[in-house]
Design a protein around this ligand. Structure first.
Ligand SMILES: [Mn+2]
Length: 323
């Protein structure tokens, strides 16, 4: 973690009393954990908070939290001019249709993506932060408080999501483990969070995973692995049984694998593409070349066209990068 919390951000959180916390579309555990953790904290210190999410809440581990979020801002709330806090978004496009709802309101941005476009009145951006929840924890602590159990649980939930249960942390992350220790001290544990994220998955999701694994193709002598999900899979198994995190985990632990390409047919005309890197290969930059974004080790983009077409284009781009 290299950046420290901007004092102006802390002053704004202390001074203002009305907040609207917004996250990105297709939210994940870090986004939802950061929104709920920060929201709980601000309410606890006497602020009024609305939580907004464009949804959809497709990932099974976040579904139970959907009822705590609205998809639009109440008109009377907006009239009172809340301060908007956008979390885990590298650009305002990430919040989808909510961008028009927050137009003209004071805007704070807290994010950890490497590729982004600057926006907002006050930005706290740290691309070395493993999760936005950790940045929220720093904010809470910089304000002289400690997360209580409900907050700690959501903060650890986000951190475990974005670090693949600490696997993506490295030897420069001692401070992160110290922060985890403080969350642990108030009663939240990796075991509990593991249950929150992975327990109770339907068998169908495991079987779909097996199908996708069995389609894996190797490229560049096994340095790149690719697989795909078809519309037929979506019809047969349902999008609620998708589990790309486990898919990446299996493929990335395959011997000699440097990066994984996962192409998913979203509809008749477009695909979403997920990229994961095990090495210095910067898939965030690769995705940017295709109009997407993300992190150095995890990124993605949307592609209008067929999956074979986008695979060929990606392999061509990788040929230059893998020399
Ligand atoms: Mn994140």
């Amino acid at each position: 973690m290299k950046a420290s919390v901007p004092p102006e951000l802390l002053r704004t959180l202390e001074r203002e009393s009305l907040f609207c916390i917004v996250g990105h579309s297709e939210p994940d555990g870090d986004c939802i954990g950061a929104q709920l953790g920060l929201g709980h904290f601000l309410r606890r210190i006497g602020k009024e908070v609305a939580l907004l999410s464009p949804g959809p809440f497709e990932r099974p581990e976040i579904r139970e939290y959907e009822k705590q979020f609205s998809t639009a801002m109440a008109a009377d709330f907006r009239t009172r001019r809340p301060t908007v806090i956008v979390l885990d978004c590298s650009s305002l496009e990430r919040i989808g249709g909510l961008a028009s709802e927050i137009a003209g309101l004071p805007l704070l941005v807290i994010d950890h993506h490497s590729a982004g476009r600057e926006f907002g009145d006050i930005a706290y951006i740290d691309d070395s932060a493993p999760s936005v929840t950790l940045m929220v924890q720093q904010i809470i602590e910089a304000l002289g408080h400690s997360p209580v159990l409900e907050e700690a649980r959501m903060l650890l939930f986000g951190l475990c999501t974005d670090t693949g249960f600490f696997r993506h942390l490295d030897n420069r992350d001692g401070a992160v483990f110290e922060a985890i220790g403080r969350l642990n001290a108030v009663g939240t544990t990796p075991k509990q969070v593991y249950q929150m994220i992975y327990a109770g998955r339907p068998l169908a999701s495991r079987i779909l995973l097996g199908r996708l694994l069995s389609r894996t193709e190797t490229h560049f002598g096994g340095r790149i692995l690719s697989t795909y999900e078809t519309l037929e899979d979506k019809r047969a198994y349902g999008s609620e049984n998708r589990d790309s995190d486990s898919l990446y985990q299996f493929l990335q632990t395959s011997a000699g694998c440097e990066a994984v390409v996962f192409i998913r047919e979203e509809d008749e005309v477009s695909c979403s593409v997920g990229l994961r890197s095990n090495t210095e290969l910067d898939v965030g930059a690769l995705a940017q070349g295709f109009g997407g974004g993300g992190h150095r080790k995890a990124a993605g983009f949307r592609w209008v066209g067929g999956r074979e077409e986008v695979k060929a284009k990606l392999l061509a781009a990788l040929t230059a990068l893998l020399r």
